[in-house]
Ligand binder design. Structure first.
Ligand code: NDP
Ligand code: 2IT
Length: 449
């Protein structure tokens, strides 16, 4: 296994996040490979860490001053073993090959867990939508689609949103795809409700992460009622995580963005949540403004150079990291444990560093890793694809019920796989093993392709 990781590092130099994601899966599935030598014989793992296809391309566009701007676009088509490539686009200045490969790799196992037929992919650009006008975002999205459209299709590769890609960006991307291909198809998910989108898709990741936390709590005969919750981020996932926590009787005391976080001792109520949605989705403002409006809240800057994030250093029962990768390091994890947090449900992808993950597992916390806990988003994307194929749309209740059932089934699959391989209660092993076995068996059946 060490040799495998070493070779992987050699083939993918400098890809820190990708190696981090691969290492975790390799560690989890070792007992599966020991029990099933046929996976080793067929070199399943070696094949899984090599994307089926990587597309990198120039994205030129013209800004409002008439100046030419150039960004880099990517699509990682990681695995189509169990369905068309599926996974979001991320637009953020930090985007690079390593980050997108880690996301695409995790997406493969996540999508396998959803019970729906979806392969894994991820894409995006180092384009920063912050501070750009709607017209600039539109011109960028159109240019991005001018190149990537030829690799997409409702039965080939179906992207969606992620950081920096929401309803506005999906609209512009879809418009250009339709224009070029001259077909109205379900080639993207997260579409507007009036043109092929699914009810509950915006809510799905956050709601799903809370349903997953409820499932974990139910193993101890508990619910979210009365639980004190820390939420990071203030974007799509964070907002609907908070909404569902409120629905289930919990209390949310934090939100953040890349500059800082607010702590609201009185709790975020429905009105305050509506304010955050308007602040972030309409005005595209900063979370600092929350503390200007609500005097009971305090705002703290986050120092990116500090070795811990003070958001994770408050007394609470549950934590819902919903911003970005590696936002909880070893020290933050220790602070969470010390403050009594015993439920962690990851809305973000890989938000906890490996030493943090080990600490949660050693302390036997209810720790739901991203690829299980945040699978609700892509699950409802899968349901959007189904509705598009059938050319009809389900009600809110129908989609929400299916989402709840899927999260319950993912939880069950994790518990079962973890138990089968001798690590009961370890959702990291459970998610990695259950996802791996499904994809590996499909690859075995399809031969060396
Ligand atoms: P949004 O763009 O809506 O929101 C992202 C939030 O995270 C913002 O508050 C943003 O702050 C903050 N953030 C982003 N990057 C950083 C950073 N480097 N450091 C600190 N804060 C940061 O994205 P989503 O809510 O959609 O995504 C959040 C997480 O959830 C990501 O990890 C994503 O991969 C994951 N996810 C999303 C799904 C979805 O359906 N949208 C599905 C499954 C997982 P700021 O405004 O300052 O940038
Ligand atoms: O990380 C993820 O699962 C997403 N950003 C959602 C992907 C999707 O295709 O809905």
């Amino acid at each position: 296994m060490e040799e495998f990781i070493r070779r992987c590092e050699e083939c993918n130099p400098g890809e820190r996040e990708f190696i981090q994601a691969v290492s975790e899966v390799v560690k989890s599935v070792k007992p599966v490979l020991d029990r099933h030598p046929e996976y080793r014989e067929e070199r399943i793992l070696e094949r899984m860490v090599e994307p089926e296809r990587v597309i990198m391309f120039r994205v030129p566009w013209v800004d409002d001053q008439g100046k030419v701007q150039i960004n880099r676009g990517y699509r990682i088509q990681m695995s189509s073993a169990i369905g068309p490539f599926k996974g979001g686009f991320r637009f953020h200045p930090s985007v690079n090959l390593s980050i997108l490969k880690f996301l695409a790799f995790e997406q493969v196992y996540k999508n396998a867990l959803t019970t729906l037929p979806m392969g894994g992919g991820k894409g995006g650009s180092n384009f920063d939508p912050k501070g750009k006008s709607d017209r600039e975002v539109m011109r960028f999205c159109h240019s991005f689609m001018n190149e990537i459209y030829r690799y997409l299709g409702p039965d080939t590769d179906v992207p969606a949103g992620d950081i920096g890609v929401g309803a506005r960006e999906i609209g512009y991307l879809f418009g250009q795809y339709k224009k070029i291909v001259n077909e109205f198809t379900g080639v993207l998910t997260g579409k507007g409700l009036k043109w092929g989108g699914s009810l509950i898709r915006p809510e799905a990741t956050g709601y799903g992460a809370v349903y997953f936390a409820s499932e974990m709590l139910s193993t101890r005969g508990e619910t979210l009622e009365g639980k004190l919750c820390l939420v990071s981020g203030s974007g799509n996932v964070a907002q609907f995580t908070a909404e569902k926590i409120l629905d289930l009787g919990g209390k949310v005391v934090t939100f953040s963005d890349s500059n800082g976080y607010i702590f609201d001792d009185k709790g975020v109520d429905r009105d305050k949540l509506a304010y955050v949605k308007e602040l972030k989705n309409v005005r595209r403002g900063r979370i600092r403004e929350y503390a200007d409006k609500y005097k009971e809240a305090v705002y703290f800057e986050i120092d990116p150079a500090a070795d811990f994030n003070p958001l994770w250093n408050h007394k609470a029962h549950c934590a819902f990291p919903s911003a970005t990768q590696n936002e909880i390091n070893g020290k933050d994890a220790a602070n969470l444990v010390r403050n009594g947090v015993y439920v962690i449900s990851e809305g973000a992808n890989m938000p906890t560093t490996p030493d943090g993950v080990d600490l949660f597992i050693d302390h036997k916390l209810l720790y739901g890793p991203g690829k299980a806990a945040n699978a609700g988003g892509v699950s409802v994307s899968g349901l959007e694809m189904t509705q598009n194929s059938m050319r009809l749309s389900w009600t809110r209740e129908e989609v929400d019920n299916r989402l709840r059932m899927i999260m319950k089934s993912i939880h069950g699959a994790c518990v079962e796989a973890a138990g089968t391989y001798g690590t009961p209660g370890n959702y990291v092993n459970g998610a990695n093993i259950a996802g791996f076995v499904k994809v590996a068996d499909a690859m075995m059946a399809q031969g060396v392709v």
